[in-house]
Design a protein. Structure first.
Length: 97
């Protein structure tokens, strides 16, 4: 579980990132969860964009993505979701305590 201080730190890190996944009309699926897990292992911090034609609510999508990928939900702002998961192999982000 992330503290408020850690979430603020991660939000500042994520500010300059571009979304690398888009959730559209089809919603989320197992293939997407796997790809997000792989991306989180490589990058630790990612953004996911929820398109306007997505049939699911963005908060529901964010909750599903964080649960199914084992990531921490950092923020949902607008139609963008920020996820964080500490990498086992390529740890680059040092969280404040």
């Amino acid at each position: 579980m992330l503290t408020g201080k850690q979430k603020r730190f991660l939000r500042s890190k994520a500010h300059h990132l571009d979304p690398i996944f888009q959730v559209g009309k089809g919603g989320t699926n197992e293939n997407m969860y796997g790809q997000i897990r792989d991306a989180l292992e490589a990058r630790e911090l990612i953004k996911v964009s929820v398109l306007q034609n997505c049939e699911e609510d963005k908060d529901t999508v964010a909750e599903n993505l964080s649960k199914r990928s084992g990531a921490e939900l950092v923020q949902v702002i607008g139609n963008t979701i920020v996820l964080y998961k500490e990498s086992k192999e390529k740890k680059t982000i040092e969280l404040p305590s």
